[in-house]
Design a protein around this ligand. Sequence first.
Ligand SMILES: Cc1ncc(COP(=O)(O)O)c(C=O)c1O
Length: 410
Amino acid sequence: MASDHGDSVFANVVRAPEDPILGVTVAYNKDPSPKKLNLGVGAYRTEEGKPLVLNVVRRAEQMLVNDTSRVKEYLPIVGLAEFNKLSAKLIFGVDSPAIQENRVTTVQCLSGTGSLRVGAEFLARHYHEHTIYIPQPTWGNHPKVFTIAGLSVKTYRYYSPETRGLDFQGLLDDLNAAPSGAIVLLHACAHNPTGVDPTPEQWEQIRQLMRSKGLLPFFDSAYQGFASGSLDEDAQSVRMFVSDGGECLVAQSYAKNMGMYGERVGALSIVCKSADVAVRVESQLKLVIRPMYSNPPIHGASIVAAILKDSHMYHEWTVELKAMADRIISMRQKLFDALQARGTPGDWSHIIKQIGMFTFTGLNAQQVAFMTKEYHIYMTSDGRISMAGLSSQTVPLLADAIHAAVSTVV
Ligand SMILES: Cc1ncc(COP(=O)(O)O)c(C=O)c1O
């Protein structure tokens, strides 16, 4: 009967591969095994393996729903003003001189990804240098977001497979060799996928080098508070760059630290040299956003603003956030201990040294495939596992699988 409708006008469309990260969940969902475990996607799970909605988020949401004076009119192109102000304070600090001097423009965007995209499009239109350096490796979506926005993507060395730590010299050499004015993407904390962050001293060296060469920092802050459990500590890298008076961009996401994944709440801030420049930059950000999605959604940003502006709710959030961070840190210790107990070949100390949502295990693609086939454990093929998806119950299974993988698959 298909011929009744003739050939599709889309007959030449080729089937695209699954997204390498989200595709892990697609494969996981198809697996009928009751013991299957998804460590692919970066979403927090409780000890019971369930998604978590923070109590404070539920409370704020209920408050908003009960408030019958609230309407669902369009937000301005740049989003909810209150949310933007509070987001800037969260990342730059309540006493930030840059904010007080009105040198920062903040616009509400569609979570971290949308903030990166809007920032990238702005740079492609208005910044003289179109090359952006991203760490090798980095979150898989970075090169796609920047390329499609019209930037040219190059990499700088970041991770040393030998030490499973930072390749600091490689990083300095590559940034030193970058053309002056180039944009540099920096993970504010909890580098994804490696879990390896520079020390404060290393950050300071990176800052000095970048400022001396006029490189433009573009921070991706997707895990503020989620790494150390402290919102201020996880913002130190960004604040170090802002306190020198120089310019930078910051993309913020509330997906992880408020568990607002599907609400798509985030912000792009551009720190400028003067208030006058910030006003002009904001006017151009509006021209980027308007034809892209017109204006951002109101619901998630209202929840975040309600929490950030109320000192009790804010405090409650920090407690719940720290509990998530602490659970992840305890999973690192448990997994490390379980591998030690099994006498698994190799040095696994990087599991407790790395920080944030992910451990970059060092397992190769064959070993990952083995663990999926034999143990129904799903993760990205680069050996990255989400520590937030683990629980005390599932650590032994993962440790058994890693032990078997490194013992039998080279
Ligand atoms: C480094 C990094 N940047 C940005 C994002 C964007 O997340 P979202 O768009 O959900 O805020 C993620 C999510 O995994 C990430 O790991």
